[in-house]
Design a protein around this ligand. Structure first.
Ligand code: SAH
Length: 255
């Protein structure tokens, strides 16, 4: 295929991971910040309250990002398939021997070449940020060089600033003549296909097609079927969107 590469396709390689966000309003505001800048993939690790009407209200039209948000109970699950992991920190962690870059520095590194890596961006709790153990999963830290006397931004505003820099860098790469459509025509990762299968399983239980006490054989068969189909990432997104819409229409918890 030789269609032009759009910045949003490049940005689809990125996921925003919120670790234990406590305010549903912030989750909604993050979704809005992401969608404004063309980011689409949101992962939530143990949000205190989600889904929540306040998240919907603050998302203000970016509720599709909330609907397709991936929910995880552990950080490694949220990071599955990501080959580059950036942490964010309000403080200059002098005790941590990791490189610290600005949002602009990170954005230009992420979009430096046409083979954009699967990248996760980790954001911490409103109260205490990311733990040392979580920071250890990251190869680089992003620090917004704010007023040193008052350096901690609201979570969604930190996501906004970093997403804006990512968009600028993606726009630049998408405009370059060397970028090829191969960048986006990529197979879904195992984690993406598994995320879809988990989502499908939830729906099948909700509609009574699958007995949660005896799920094994059906799920294995479905898994084989989708392996055979060799899904692309965009196809997985479409399939998940369909499941979410069915769940919403039937009034079930969705995602
Ligand atoms: N009191 C916490 C601040 C948490 S703010 C602390 O000192 O770590 C919530 C999250 O917003 C942070 O974990 C980080 O992901 C992001 N954030 C806030 N300010 C930031 C900054 N100046 N640079 C980078 N990320 C920031």
């Amino acid at each position: 295929m030789s269609h032009p590469v759009r910045e949003n396709d490049l940005l689809a390689r990125l996921r925003v991971v919120l670790v234990e966000p406590s305010h549903p309003g912030n989750i909604g505001a993050v979704a809005r910040a992401m969608k404004n800048m063309g980011l689409s993939r949101l992962a939530l690790v143990n949000p205190h309250r989600f889904p929540h009407p306040e998240a919907m209200a603050r998302a203000s039209g970016a509720d599709d990002i909330l609907a397709s948000a991936e929910l995880y109970t552990t950080l490694p699950e949220a990071l599955a398939g990501a080959t580059r992991i950036y942490g964010t920190s309000a403080r200059h962690q002098r005790t941590i021997p990791w490189p610290i870059v600005t949002p602009r520095g990170a954005a230009s590194a992420i979009f430096a070449s046409t083979s954009v890596a699967e990248t996760a961006l980790l954001f911490g709790r409103e109260s205490v940020g990311l733990s040392n153990e979580e920071l250890e999963q990251c190869h680089t830290l992003i620090n917004i060089p704010a007023n040193p006397d008052y350096s901690s931004l609201n979570l969604a505003q930190a996501v906004q600033i970093i997403s804006y820099e990512l968009r600028l860098a993606a726009l630049e790469l998408a405009a370059s003549p060397t970028v090829s459509a191969r960048v986006i025509d990529e197979a879904a990762t195992a984690a993406e296909v598994n995320g879809y299968l988990d989502h499908l399983q939830r729906l099948l239980i909700q509609v009574g097609f699958l007995d949660p006490h005896n799920p094994r054989l059906l799920l294995r068969r479905l898994s084989r079927l989708y392996q055979r189909a060799a899904l692309e990432r965009t196809e997985v997104h479409i399939l998940r969107g369909i499941l979410t819409e069915v769940q919403k229409r039937l009034g079930f918890p969705h995602g």
